[in-house]
Design a protein around this ligand. Sequence first.
Ligand code: HEM
Length: 462
Amino acid sequence: MKPQKSQSSENLGYFHRIFQSIFPDPIIPKSEQERKRYLLKNLILHFRPATIPEKTLKFSLTWGLGGMAVILVLLQFGTGLLLKFVYEPTPVGAYTSILMLQNEVVFGQLIRNMHHWSANLLVLIVFMHMLRVFFTNAFHPPRQFNWIVGLGLFSLVLIANFTGYLLPYDQLAYWAVTVSTGMLEYIPGLGVHLQEMVRGGSDIGPATLSIFFAIHTALVPFGLIILMAFHFWRTRKAGGLVIPRRPQEDIEEKPIRVPTVPNLLVREVVTALVLLAFILVFAMVFNAPLESKANPGLSPNPTKAPWYFTGIQEMLMHFHPSFSLFIIPILMMIALLGLPYIDYESKPSGVWFGSYKGRKMAVVAAITATIATPAGILTDEYLVDLAAWMQGVPAFISNGLIPFVVVLAGSIGFYILIKRKYSATNNEAIQALFVLFLASFIILTATGIWLRGMGMKLMLPF
Ligand code: HEM
């Protein structure tokens, strides 16, 4: 069958022809020669396969999160480029240029708001995308390396947010970055040097601002472009998205495939438009925060890290810094990197939580964390003072090693118990352990954001 497009394209208007080259007709030509011509002429099909497995179209498989992350990154590039026309990366000029942008530049405030809110949303969306990849078991071979690339992307998104945080150079920025970079000091051996390197000196100042500006506007965007291209290539190399399949089902020999255009394209365009509309409205209603100009002599009380680091800051309240800022984060990172390389008894794919049992165990883990984490925080805050009880013992042991061993033993105990109770596979038990840590980290983050007041004391949020 001849494709309709080639029959009618002679008669199309100029703009119509351009439109068609971007959004091609959803007709897959049969002969090899026609197929080559068809792919060559269409922009989208240079980036996308012409057909995709029908089962991967289901919105609840991905929730469109990867696509949303792409849109948000592009929006960051666009709005960031506009901000660069006005912003001045010096301690004297930074704050004033932001004020000028907001008060004198047409749509300046709106552009800043969009840049600010979509940056924060990006952290959330990328985090949720990571969780969906984990819970749909899309990190197993052949996608294991794409999981590692994804972790690199997540780190870049966090670095982008953190370096951007300092740029307005107001009180919030100055002190949040002082606290966060101050944490580096506790990394054994390297800490002080690393801190000096990041700050460009011993304190936050002009050198810090230019380092953060260079990382934020050159290094991170460059890294994002390279890693994102690699990420999409790896997704295609793996044969597209993970195809939903129960563990007991055989691998489908030949999944039913449907044309990418319009099936996937329409879904992506709608998701992108809804997301953009949401950000636009949100940015019109809520202004990005801007406090008074940075004052190195006056620290606000409490001084908190940016919200995505408050979980770590909260850990610092309960563990010796060597553990909360170094040993625990490094162990978590190693665990995340190693996840796809563990030898699993079963490898479910594309099914949320793998199985009914997996889902049930995840709920039990979430409930356990919801009880144990606040209990641990309150016990440490009001009941137990290990450092006072063990006078003469180094704080590294009384406040670090001992609570760490208690938490580690509790986690191992939980793993063994839940695996035995449900006669679960190691896949299901590891997933439950992941949920236990995830829920604990979310509770620690929420505590840091809403329940810490003056002097970082626990308080009610109202
Ligand atoms: C800037 C950050 C990121 C962007 C723009 C991005 C984008 C995407 C897109 C568009 C897809 C295909 C559609 C979808 O799954 O929704 C995808 C798939 C994937 N992503 Fe990401 N991603 C990012 C971060 C991450 C992170 C943090 C991880 C995990 C650590 C990750 C792991 C994966 C994997 C394994 C796939 C293949 C999933 C499958 O085959 O079902 N990505 N990503």
